[in-house]
Design a protein around this ligand. Sequence first.
Ligand code: UD1
Length: 371
Amino acid sequence: HRILCVVGARPNFMKMAPIMAALSSHGPALAPLLVHTGQHYDVAMNHQYFQALGIPDPDINLEVGSGSHAQQTAEVMRRFEPALDEVAPAAVLVVGDVNSTIACALVAAKKGVPVIHVEAGLRSFDRAMPEEINRVLTDQLSSLLFTTEESGRANLLREGIDERCIHFVGNVMIDTLRLNLPRAIPAARIAADAGRAGFTDNGYAVLTLHRPSNVDDAAVLQRLLETAARIGQRTPVFFPVHPRTHATIERFGLSHLLDRPGILLLPPMGYLEMLGLMKQARVVLTDSGGIQEETTALGTPCITLRHNTERPITVDEGTNTIAGSDPAIILAAYDAIMAGGGKAGRVPHYWDGRAAERIAVIVRDWLRGRE
Ligand code: UD1
């Protein structure tokens, strides 16, 4: 059975790596093929990840590039359709919630090709977030839905998904984290390579920002960068800058806020670098979805610079605190963590490095049942 697996943007790559490996381990019963839509195209957003994670080169590259949401989604759909016709797979497997996820799911579902969604059921209940729309719609189109945490099942049942299609398997991104942790690149080396040896000597923080709600609004972005600068006066901050964020910092003329010794600006990091940074950090401040989960798996305190999370288990069981974009709340959370009052957290059930294996077995049996 050919399974056409789709990746498009950076957070997809670390989820797909263990899935491809687990599907391949079943021999001809499950033959994964990889299509990269090209939603992310920069070397920094892309190639480093494929290499570090040992993902095979994509069998098909659609090279869609950037655009408005409508343009990007439409272009993925237009280019994915002939690829789907040519491969004629038994199923299309999509991960996460990016534009490529919904675009390929929609093309497949309308052609009668079953869709498998890995990381189903997560809900922020915030439709202002493009990913929330992608999540809800992709789940509606899917025949097999794999959840990372138990909240996903209740969300899906509420939306009318058949219980028999839902499988709680754990978190494939944490499969990748566990496999690669021994190879993580130490933060001290990243600082030294950036010409800032000694930056990590007394502990450090990590900041990532890329959500439109944080970086496309000048006032919000300014507030967040000023808060980062204040934290940087006490704890050195690594700040790998996403291309979207880089562009808006320039456009709003805010780069002077970051021009100080406590802030180390970096280009987007590779996977092993990011892992090393998160592993030893005193605290991570982020608006990423994946980093909320990775810090919970690592036991590193995380402050989420959003007003909600679609990953509530990282708050209920993990190390995550939701802080929004109000400097007073962010700084209070930071102070609590630095004073030793951060959450201890525990690693959620099934975030054990074997989620992809579970997925492969269920997909195999499901395909047999359809014969
Ligand atoms: C996308 C995902 C988001 C994910 C994020 C991780 C959607 C709706 N959003 O957001 O869920 O968390 O990826 O990175 O799918 N750009 C480059 N080089 C690239 C890719 C993009 O310079 O390789 C620029 C584009 O020109 C664009 C901006 O970055 O202006 C945003 O790229 P896009 O892929 O549209 O969305 P992200 O913000 O990266």
